[in-house]
Design a protein around this ligand. Structure first.
Ligand code: FMN
Length: 323
C-alpha cells in the first residue's frame, strides 16, 4: 500500500508510543519486520519554542524509514509552522495526533479533544497539508465518548482537507485503553473514505492482525502494546499474512539476546545512565511469561548498568533451565 507517494511494503506498523517507541525500539521493530513506524508525539508548540527535548522526539534515522513523526496541537498556525520544522528532520510522513487522551494534551484542546471540534480539526489538517509536500496523516479515536462517536465524520473531513491516510484506534477517549477495541468503527471508516485506513487497537498476535484486516478491510494493522517486550510479533504477523503460518516466538536465549541488543542500542543513543532508566520497563516486558518473572521484573526495576542487565539475562536463562 501507499501513503501518498510513500510505499509501505507490508501489513504491519508500529504504533506511536510516547516514552516507549523511541529510536532504539523503532529500529528493533523495523528489524523485526514492522513495515512502517511512527515516532512519539511531539508538541507543536514545544517545537516552535525550540525545546530541545521536543526536537529529540522528531529524530529520524535512515534505517527506520519509512517513518512518520507525530505532532499534537490545537492551533492551525502553530501546527503549520511546526509541520515545516518537523519536515526538516527528514520523515517520510507527518502524522497529526487526534487520539491522545491524557489531560496534558487533551486538556489543552489537542489530541483527542479535537474529536469534539470537527471544524478546528479540519483547519488543523488543512494547515498541516498546506505547509508541506510530505503526506500528512491523522490518528483518530472512535470519538470523544459513547454519546459522540464521530470517527467517520472526522475521517471524511481529513480526506477532504487533503490527508493521505487515517489511523483509527477503535476506542473513545473516555475508554482510554481498557475495553476491547471496536472493529466495527474501523470498518465504518474504511467504507466511508478512499484514502488508506490503518486499523489499531488490541492486536497482539498474527491471528488478531488477520482478523482486524478481514473484519474491517483496513489497509495496514498498527500494533502498540502487543510489541512491547515482543517485537518479533511483526515478523510473525508478516509471515502469517503472506504464508498462512508463522514461526514460534524465539526461545528464551534469543529473546534475552534481543533484549540486550535493544537496550545496548538505547544506551548508545541516550548514554548509559539515562538509557538504563528508560530500559527498566522494556526489560520487565521482555521477562513476561518467563520462569521467575515476578522476581526478574522486580530486579529489572533496579537496573543501573548494561552489566546488570547482562547478569539479569543470564539469571533468567538459569531459572528457565532449572525449571
Ligand atoms: C505508553 C503509550 C504511549 C502512547 N503514546 C502515543 C502517542 O505518542 N501518540 C499516539 O497517537 N498514540 C499513543 N498511544 C496510543 C497507541 O498508539 C495506540 O493507539 C494504543 O496503544 C492502542 O493500540 P494497542 O492496543 O495496539 O496498544 C500510546 C499508547 C501507550 C500504551
Amino acid at each position: 500500500m501507499k501513503i501518498g507517494n510513500v510505499e509501505i511494503k507490508g501489513f504491519t506498523a508500529l504504533a506511536p508510543m510516547a516514552g516507549v517507541a523511541d529510536t532504539a525500539f523503532r529500529l528493533i521493530c523495523r528489524e523485526c519486520g514492522a513495515a512502517y513506524v511512527v515516532g512519539e508525539m511531539a508538541s507543536a508548540k514545544g517545537l516552535m519554542m525550540s525545546d530541545r527535548k521536543t526536537a529529540e522526539l522528531l529524530t529520524v534515522t535512515p534505517a527506520e524509514r519509512p517513518m512518520a513523526v507525530q505532532l499534537f496541537g490545537d492551533d492551525p498556525g502553530i501546527i503549520a509552522a511546526a509541520v515545516k520544522k518537523a519536515a526538516s528532520f527528514g520523515p517520510d510522513i507527518i502524522d497529526i495526533n487526534m487520539g491522545c487522551p491524557v489531560p496534558k494534551v487533551a486538556g489543552n484542546g489537542g489530541g483527542s479533544a479535537l474529536m469534539k471540534n470537527p471544524s478546528l480539526a479540519g483547519h488543523i489538517i488543512e494547515a498541516a497539508v498546506k505547509a508541506t509536500v510530505l503526506p500528512v496523516t491523522v490518528k483518530l479515536r472512535k470519538g470523544w465518548d459513547a454519546s459522540s462517536v464521530n470517527a467517520v465524520e472526522i475521517a471524511k473531513i481529513a480526506q477532504e482537507c487533503g490527508a493521505a491516510a487515517v489511523t483509527i484506534h477503535g476506542r473513545t477517549r473516555d475508554q482510554m485503553y481498557a475495553p476491547p477495541a471496536d472493529l466495527t468503527i474501523i470498518a465504518a471508516v474504511k467504507a466511508a473514505v478512499k484514502i488508506p485506513v490503518i486499523g489499531n487497537g488490541d492486536v497482539r498476535t498474527p491471528e488478531e492482525a488477520r482478523h482486524m484486516l478481514e473484519a474491517t478491510g483496513c489497509d495496514l494493522v498498527m500494533i502498540g502494546r502487543g510489541a512491547l517486550g515482543a517485537p518479533w510479533v511483526f515478523a510473525q504477523t508478516e509471515q502469517f499474512l503472506r504464508e498462512g503460518f508463522y514461526d514460534p516466538a524465539p526461545e528464551l536465549p534469543a529473546r534475552m539476546e534481543m533484549m540486550v541488543r535493544h537496550i545496548t542500542l538505547l544506551c548508545a543513543l541516550r548514554g548509559e545512565e539515562h538509557g538504563m532508566r528508560e530500559a527498566r520497563k522494556h526489560a520487565a516486558w521482555y521477562f513476561r511469561g518467563t520462569e521467575g518473572a515476578a522476581s526478574l521484573r522486580a530486579d529489572a526495576g533496579r537496573l543501573e548498568t548494561l552489566e546488570d542487565l547482562r547478569r539479569l539475562a543470564q539469571r533468567a536463562q538459569k531459572l528457565s533451565a532449572g525449571r
